[in-house]
Design a protein around this ligand. Structure first.
Ligand code: UDP
Ligand code: MN
Length: 444
C-alpha cells in the first residue's frame, strides 16, 4: 500500500472511531503501574494522562507498585504528591526487588476494579483510550485487549502514532517481534478498520484483562523474575485457555521505547531472561520447545537426547560443506549482510537454519537471497514469493541449487573465505552440503 492510501485509511479509521458509541454500563478498571527507578516526569505523565483522559466513572483507582526503587523522590515525595490527585492513587511497596511479574501480581491482588489494566510507568494515554478497551471486555470477558502502542521517542519525546498494520509474534529465541498483519486478518477487517486485530502475542506492557478471567487462567507465572518472557507466557496462556488476544485499534497509548534500562538484572540479564523463557517453553510449547532449545545459546546440552523429527513441514538443520567441513553460520549478522561460514560447533545458535516447506533457507525472519550471477548470498527479509529465495536441495547430489540463477551454493571463494557464493554447478565437493536435521521432540 502506498503511503498516501495508508494515511487515508488511518484517518478514516480515526473518524470511524470518533463516532463510535459505547454502552453506558462498561466495567470499571483499576490501573496497575509497576516501576523500578522510574523518572519522576515519565511516571507522573502516565498518571496524569490516565486521570485527565479517562471517564471518571470507569476508573476505579490507580495502583503504583514500587518494586524496591532506590530513588528518594519515589518514596515520601511520591506519596504526598498522589494524595492531592482527584482519583484514588495508592502507592504499594515491594519489600525486596521482585521484578515486574510479581510486582504486577501484588498490584492485581490489592486492586478492586472488575477489569485490571496494566501500564508501563512511562506512558501517555490519549483521549478515548479506555472506552474501546473496556467495551471489548464487556462484550466477552475472555477478550484480553491491548491498545495500539504509539511510540514516544526516548531522545526527543516526539510522539508518533502506531499503526494497525503490525501485530505481535515471536522468533524461536522467544524474542517478541512485530510482524505485518497477514492478509487474511486485513481481509477480515476490510469493511471496518475499527474491528480489533487478533494478535498471536503482545508486547506485554499495556493491556486490560477481566479480573475473574485473569484468575481463572492462573494469572502470571509467579516464578518469573525481573523482566522478560512474561508477555509471551501470558499470550500463550490466553490463547490456550479459551481467550482471545486483541489489539483494539481505536485505543492509542504512547510508550517511551528506551534503549537502556534504569535497572540491573540481578544474576545477569541473559540468565534471568533464559530462565523465564525456559519456564514458558516447558509449560506452553509442547514439542515446539525444541526449536527454542536448539536455537538459543545454552540449549546445546540437550542435543544428545534429541532424535530427528519434522514438525509441521519445517525442519531445522545445520548445513555443512563436504569439502571444508565448515557450516553455514549467520555470524550474528543482520539484515542485508552476507551469510558466513565457520567451523561447525554443533551448539545450534547461529548455525541452525530452517529449510522451509516453501524451500527457503531461513534464519529467524531472514532468508538466503541471491540477486546476481556468482554473487554473494545475502540475508534478506523473507518475502514468501520464491524468486531469489528459492533453493532446491538435491538429496542425491547434495547440492543446494539457487533456482532463479540455476547456480549452486558453493563454499567461500578463495579471496574471501568467510562468504559463500553461488557458482556454476560443477559437481565438485565444494558444492556438496550435508543437511543435518536437528528437530527433536524429546517425548514423541
Ligand atoms: N519493572 C519493575 N521491576 C523490574 C523491571 C521492570 O517494576 O525489575 C517495571 C518498569 O519500571 C516498567 C515495567 O516494569 O514500568 C516494564 O519494564 P520496561 O519498561 O523496562 O520494559 P520495556 O518496555 O523496555 O520492555
Ligand atoms: Mn516500558
Amino acid at each position: 500500500m502506498i503511503l498516501k492510501d495508508l494515511q487515508g485509511s488511518m484517518s478514516e479509521m480515526g473518524g470511524q472511531c470518533k463516532t463510535k458509541l459505547y454502552p453506558d454500563n462498561l466495567p470499571k478498571t483499576s490501573v496497575v503501574i509497576v516501576f523500578h527507578n522510574e523518572a519522576w516526569s515519565t511516571l507522573l505523565r502516565t498518571v496524569h494522562s490516565i486521570i485527565s483522559r479517562s471517564p471518571r466513572h470507569l476508573l476505579e483507582e490507580i495502583l503504583l507498585v514500587d518494586d524496591a526503587s532506590e530513588r528518594d523522590f519515589l518514596k515520601q515525595p511520591l506519596e504526598l504528591y498522589v494524595q492531592k490527585l482527584p482519583v484514588p492513587v495508592l502507592v504499594v511497596r515491594m519489600e525486596e526487588r521482585s521484578g515486574l511479574i510479581r510486582a504486577r501480581l501484588r498490584g492485581a491482588a490489592v486492586s478492586r476494579g472488575q477489569v485490571i489494566t496494566f501500564l508501563d510507568a512511562h506512558c501517555e494515554c490519549t483521549t478515548g483510550w479506555l472506552e474501546p478497551l473496556l467495551a471489548r471486555i464487556h462484550q466477552d470477558r475472555n477478550n484480553v485487549v491491548c491498545p495500539i502502542i504509539d511510540v514516544i521517542s526516548d531522545e526527543t519525546f516526539e510522539y508518533l502514532a502506531g499503526s494497525d498494520m503490525t501485530y505481535g509474534g515471536f522468533n524461536w529465541k522467544l524474542n517478541f517481534r512485530w510482524y505485518p498483519v497477514p492478509q487474511r486478518e486485513m481481509d477480515r477487517r476490510k469493511g471496518d478498520r475499527t474491528l480489533p486485530v487478533r494478535t498471536p502475542t503482545m508486547a506485554g506492557g499495556l493491556f486490560s484483562i477481566d479480573r475473574v478471567y485473569f484468575q481463572e487462567i492462573g494469572t502470571y507465572d509467579a516464578g518469573m523474575d525481573i523482566w522478560g518472557g512474561e508477555n509471551l507466557e501470558m499470550s500463550f496462556r490466553i490463547w490456550q485457555c479459551g481467550g482471545k488476544l486483541e489489539i483494539v485499534t481505536c485505543s492509542h497509548v504512547g510508550h517511551v521505547f528506551r534503549k537502556a534500562t534504569p535497572y540491573t538484572f540481578p544474576g545477569g540479564t541473559g540468565q534471568v531472561i533464559n530462565k523465564n523463557n525456559r519456564r514458558l517453553a516447558e509449560v506452553w510449547m509442547d514439542e515446539f520447545k525444541n526449536f527454542f532449545y536448539i536455537i538459543s545459546p545454552g540449549g546445546s546440552m540437550l542435543f544428545s537426547s534429541l532424535r530427528p523429527k519434522v514438525v509441521d513441514g519445517m525442519s531445522i538443520e545445520t548445513i555443512r560443506n563436504e569439502e571444508t567441513n565448515q557450516c553455514l553460520d549467520n555470524m550474528g549478522r543482520k539484515e542485508n549482510e552476507k551469510i558466513g561460514i565457520f567451523n561447525c560447533h554443533s551448539m545450534g545458535g547461529n548455525q541452525v537454519f530452517s529449510y522451509t516447506a516453501e524451500k527457503e533457507i531461513r534464519t529467524d525472519d531472514l532468508c538466503l537471497d541471491v540477486s546476481r550471477l556468482s554473487g554473494p548470498v545475502l540475508m534478506l527479509k523473507c518475502h514468501h514469493m520464491k524468486g531469489n529465495q528459492l533453493w532446491e536441495y538435491d538429496r542425491q547430489r547434495l547440492t543446494l541449487r539457487h533456482v532463479n540463477s540455476n547456480q549452486c551454493l558453493d563454499k567461500a571463494v578463495e579471496q574471501d573465505r568467510q562468504v559463500p557464493t553461488v557458482q556454476e554447478c560443477n559437481g565438485s565437493r565444494s558444492q556438496q552440503w550435508i543437511l543435518r536435521n536437528m528437530t527433536v521432540p524429546s517425548s514423541f
